[in-house]
Design a binder for this molecule. Sequence first.
Ligand code: NAP
Length: 470
Amino acid sequence: MTRDILVNVAYIGASILFILGLKMLGRQVTARRGNLLSAFGMLLAIMVTLLDRGIVSYTWILVGLAIGTAIGASCAGLVRMTAMPEMVALLNGFGGLASLLIGAAEFVRIRLGTVVPEQPAFTATAIALAVFIGGITFTGSLYAFAKLAEWLSGRPLLFPGQHAVNAGLLVIAATAGTVQAAGGDPQTVLIAFAALTALALLLGWMMVMPIGGGDMPVVISLLNSLSGLAGCAAGFVIRNNVLIVAGCLVGTSGMILSLIMCKAMNRSLRNVFFSGFGAKRRVAAGGEMTGELKPISAENSFAVLEAARQVVIIPGYGMAVSQAQHAVRELAELLEQNGAEVRFAIHPVAGRMPGHMNVLLAEANVPYEQLVEMDTVNPLMPTMDVAIVIGANDVVNPAAVRDPASPIFGMPIINAHEARTVICLKRGQGTGFSGLENQLFLLPNTRMLYGDAKASLQGVIGEFKSLAAG
Ligand code: NAP
C-alpha cells in the first residue's frame, strides 16, 4: 500500500515536470531547460516503473534499452535538419506500434489466463482502443514518412469512392472492436481482435493516401496526437497513471499544434484530410501567369542592398534545403554595419514544420529580437526598402490575398510584394510546396537572384567584403 502511494506520488511529480517542461518550451529562452525538465520527469517515471512493476527479468529490458539508445543517438547525430519531419513521423509511428503491442500482449496474457483483469470489459475496451489507434498511427506514419522522404510520390492518391470505402472500413473496425470488448465465445473474440488489428493497419495507410505531401506536416502533427491517445489507452490497459497523463499531454498538444497549423494556412482539418489538396499543379491569379521574370546578379543585388536602410529577410523552406542560415546571419551583420536596420520576418508555416525557421536561425545565432512575427511585420512592409526572400514561395504568394479563385486564398502571408524592391533567391522556376506558381516573382519591383540560396548569399557577401577591403 505504502509502496503504491510512493509510486503514485513519484508519478504525480513526473507529470508536473512534463507540464512545466511543456510550458517552458513555449519561449525560446526557457525552451532548452523545459526540454531537460521534461526529460528528467520521464527518467523519474521510468525508474519508478522499473522498481515498481513485477519485472520478471531485466535482460530484455536492457537489450531493448541498448538497441534503442544506439539507434536514437545515431539518428540524433545523423539526421539532417531538413529531414526532421520524416524523423518525427517515424517516431510517432513507433509510439503507435508500441501501444498496439502492449494491447496485443495484454490480450494474449488474458486469453492464456496469465492475468485476470479486475474489470474485464473496461480492460478489453482499452485494449481495443490501444490496438486500433496504435495501428492507424503506425501505418499512417510510415506512409507519411515515405511521402516526405520522397520514397513515394507526394501527390494525393484518390480513387472514386475512397472516402466511402474508408468510412465503411471504420464501421467494420468499430464493430470488431465492440465484439472483442464485449467478450463471449473465445473463437469469435479472437477473430474480432485479429480483424480489428488488420483493419487499423489498413486504415492508417488508406487515410493518409489521399492527402498531398504539402499537408504532411499537419498529418504528422495529428498522428503525433493519435500516438499520445494510443499511449493513453495503453496506460489504461496496464493501469499505469503516468502513461495515461503523458499520453493525454501528447494527444492534446498534438491536436492544438495541428489546429494552429491549419489556422496559419486558413484551412480546416476537414479540408486537409478530405480535399486532396495538391492533386494538380496549378497557376496563380486568373489562371495565367503574366509578366516576366527579371534576373539580377549578385553585384547588382549588392548595389541595391548597399543603398537600403530598412531590410527585411523572409526565409522559407529553400533556406533549410541549402543550409543558408549562417550565410544569412553574416549578410544581416554586414547590412547592419552598413547602417541598415534588419528584421527577419517569420511565417508560422514557413519550411516544413512549425518553428523550422526559428530553429535554423537560432542555430546560426541570429538574435531572437530580430525575429519578427508576420502580424508585426506586415504593417511595416510598405516602409521596407528591400525584402530578401530566401527560398520562400507559398508564404509570400500574393494570390493568397488577391485571387479569390486561388486554392490558398485567405491563407495569411508575409506581404513581401509591398516592399519597394523584392529580391527572391531560388534555384529556378520551381513552384512552392502547394504546387502554385507565384505572381510575386513577376511583379515590376521583383528581381530573381537565381542559384542555390547559400551560394547566392555568399556572392552578395563577397561584394560587401570586397567593398570593405577596397
Ligand atoms: P515553399 O512554398 O515550399 O517553397 C520553397 C522554395 O524554395 C521553392 O520555390 C524552391 O524553388 C526554393 N528552393 C528549394 N531549394 C532551394 C535552394 N537550395 N536554394 C534556393 N531556393 C531553394 O516554402 P515556404 O514558402 O517556406 O512554404 C512552406 C509550405 O509548406 C507552405 O505551403 C506551407 O503551407 C507548407 N506547410 C508547412 C508547414 C509547417 O509547419 N512549416 C505545415 C504544413 C504545410 P526552386 O525549386 O526554384 O529553387
